[in-house]
Design a protein around this ligand. Structure first.
Ligand code: AMP
Length: 308
């Protein structure tokens, strides 16, 4: 089943203990679609500027990602600059230039309309909501956000949460959104805002899936934890969360039914894709990845976690 994704397609300047890269192709929708494209058809909605050329376009084309919904506008593409010098699990943002995203009015190509899965990747919640409303027929909607929008765009974000089945955020963001430092209580509070499932990402420590408890069983959310692969070197954590989301949602969309077992496997495929993304700067590793490598690493995750 096809996934439509809306989110940033960007240039990133990144500094990590392993070095620095200036203006590499990034953006939440870019990482997400590259990761998800190993599992299912992906269609992107975004806007780029005149600085987005054939070399950037070919990154999507090589993975057969549908980019008819990426609009070209006068001006510059979204630009983000960040570093991870103190903490590899959390980016320090130095600059966010929305550029062409500031006046973006998303249009959904007719060819995207039969998508059954929708992913609202990280971008202005006003845009996320517009795309959600323009696609009322989708079967499952997941989304992501970040501290930038939680802090300064809360009312718009709360509207988006009402229309989500699954929210994926990192643990600092979950605590910030719920104004509660206890993760279980924070998860309960966030799910009360709309999504029936919440995935909290813990960087190098994996991710936890919470499912809302049935109405008559107060305080008994179902939870499931997937680890992250212990890696010898993390070159660049940028995009790990979006790649996790792409692996998770891509796998779910590839399954005949969205069952609890499918969710659990999807958590592992999310971890697999996150673990690849951090091995090189930007999207370099995802660009040269193969399905065989993905399956082999899934096997490594089984070895890491299974008792029998
Ligand atoms: P993550 O998976 O959280 O590491 O996401 C990294 C990507 O998010 C980078 O490629 C950035 O271009 C993108 N990004 C950073 N800030 C924002 C923002 N405020 N809105 C949308 N995308 C962003």
């Amino acid at each position: 089943m096809a996934i439509t994704v809306v989110g940033s397609v960007a240039y990133d300047s990144i500094e990590t203990p392993a070095g620095r890269r200036d203006r590499c192709l990034g953006g939440a929708a870019t990482y997400f679609s590259l990761a998800a494209s190993f599992f299912t058809d992906v269609r992107v909605i975004a806007v780029v500027g005149e600085d987005f050329g054939p070399r950037q376009q070919s990154v999507f084309d090589k993975r057969k990602i549908d980019t008819r919904g990426i609009e070209r506008a006068a001006g510059k593409s979204f630009f983000w600059e960040g570093s991870y010098l103190e903490n590899l699990n959390e980016a320090k943002t130095h600059k966010t230039d929305l550029n062409v995203f500031a006046s973006f009015e998303p249009k959904i190509p007719d060819a995207y309309r039969d998508s059954e899965f929708l992913f609202l990747a990280n971008i202005d919640p006003v845009l996320q909501r517009r795309v959600r409303e323009a696609m009322p027929g989708v079967k499952l909607v997941a989304g992501d956000t970040m501290n930038y929008w939680i802090k300064d765009h809360r009312p718009a974000l709360l509207e988006v949460l009402k229309g989500l089945d699954i929210l994926l955020i990192n643990d600092t963001e979950a605590r910030m959104l719920a104004a509660n430092n206890n993760l279980v209580q924070a998860a309960r509070a966030v799910m009360a805002m709309g999504p029936s499932s919440l995935i909290v990402k813990h960087g190098e420590y994996g991710a936890t899936l919470f499912h809302k408890a049935p109405a008559n069983a107060e305080g008994t959310e179902r939870t499931f934890r997937a680890p992250a692969l212990p890696l010898e070197e993390v070159v660049d954590p940028t995009g790990a969360g979006d790649s996790f989301a792409g692996g998770f949602f891509g796998y779910l969309a590839s399954q005949p039914e969205v069952t609890p077992a499918a969710y659990r496997n999807a958590m592992f495929y999310g971890s697999v894709m996150g673990s690849f993304a951090v091995e090189r700067f930007g999207t370099e590793r995802l660009q040269m990845l193969s399905r065989d490598e993905i399956d082999a690493r899934f096997g490594a995750f089984r070895e890491l976690t299974h008792l029998d």
